[in-house]
Write a protein that binds this ligand. Structure first.
Ligand code: THU
Length: 129
């Protein structure tokens, strides 16, 4: 899948969002080192901190299927008119670091690809054990 196709898949994944509190539907697609695709959406909870971000849902789905190396992740939000793009939160960036994400594809509210970043750009000086 190229970046545009991943952006479309991330938007489709956002349709599965459970976000009755923020009404901010986010979707993510991860590509494993073997080329497998896994998707996820944000899942909120009445106890707000219990919520899961879309990136986290997608990463956890991939990892629970045995994936240990993720090459790429694309993120989309289908509710905001965000021309700057739907950037992953700090917690999700740390989760990406755990599984070796190299490339992060950020998309805008209209579905276009805003930018491709390295994870190193989004999370410099990563914490690791
Ligand atoms: N959200 C994500 O799914 N990914 C991010 O990187 C940032 C925020 C979700 C969490 C919450 O359900 C909603 O967006 C509003 O913060």
């Amino acid at each position: 899948m190229n970046n545009d196709q991943l952006a479309v898949a991330a938007r489709e994944a956002a349709e599965g969002s459970y976000s009755p509190y923020s009404h901010f539907r986010v979707g993510a697609v991860v590509v494993s080192a073997d080329g497998e695709i896994f998707t996820g959406a944000n899942i909120e909870n009445a106890s707000y901190p219990v919520s899961s971000c879309a990136e986290s849902t997608a990463i956890n789905t991939a990892v629970s299927r045995g994936v240990r190396k993720i090459v790429c992740i694309a993120v989309a939000c289908i509710d905001a008119d965000n021309v700057e793009g739907a950037y992953p939160c700090g917690r999700c960036r740390q989760e990406m670091a755990e599984f070796g994400v190299e490339k992060v594809i950020v998309t805008a509210g209209d579905g276009s690809v805003v930018r491709e970043h390295t994870l190193e750009e989004l999370l410099p000086h990563q914490f690791n054990l």
